[in-house]
Design a protein around this ligand. Sequence first.
Ligand code: A2P
Length: 279
Amino acid sequence: GSCLESVKIAIDTGYRHIDGAFVYYNEHEVGQAIREKIAEGRIKREDIFYCGKLWNTCHPPELVRPTLEKTLKILQLDYVDLYIIELPMAFKPGDAIYPKDENGKIIYHETDLCATWEAMEACKDAGLTKSIGVSNFNRRQLEMILNKPGLKYKPVSNQVECHPYFTQPKLLEFCRQHDIVIVGYSPLGTSRDETWVNVSSPPLLKDPVLNAIGKKYNKTAAQVALRFSIQRGVVVIPKSFNPQRIRENFQIFDFSLTEKEMKEIEALNKNVRYVELLM
Ligand code: A2P
């Protein structure tokens, strides 16, 4: 229920881009929040930009469209705005989200990412998604798609971890050259949940430079971190279930960082991921 409430508060606050996925198990709540806000007359469907994701167990081309159709059914929406391949590696298809063998090891599945991409293109042609993209792809994996013979649509975006401690300068430049938007996840440095976060990397929002710059503008370290990303052309998808912080994270359009401050923040890059995706 907290997701339903949070999305409604977010829409009221002014957020329009909602980053979702089947594996977050809350698409029914996100869809309900969007539909309620449309019914209230606060927004129209076309104001919302919903991103859904194709999970690792659904890479075989024949599974792509039915998987997206399942997401649409859960959302109770006719289309998503963006559908992305969540990770560049495939797991064994089936009901288990993390299929494991008797030793507890993930069972991978051999698929051809280019064939998966062609199935994504077909979803766009069928009107089930407005755009298609990828996530957690490195340069080599992006090049594989970009160089695919007969490519119909390029990935419009690549969603990767991106924030002041992991600034992705090389990938950002490569994506810029190819008109691929970087969507930065964990823009605040994650929730530091030890089950999936590398907590040996220090907490981003305690950073003295971010806090000192924030003080100058009467902003928080979180607001400075988000402003830094959008100012360098990286889309941010901060996550919060807290109404006050949902609003706080939207108050980033009334100040701007100087070139010197941008450089100072860029210099914080540690090149260490919080989200190591060890599987
Ligand atoms: P909460 O949901 O209690 O607000 P990320 O977007 O990098 O994944 O970070 C999400 C984490 O950061 C969540 O634990 C969230 O907690 C917390 N968070 C979100 N906004 C703020 C903020 N403005 N200041 C401090 N922590 C925040």
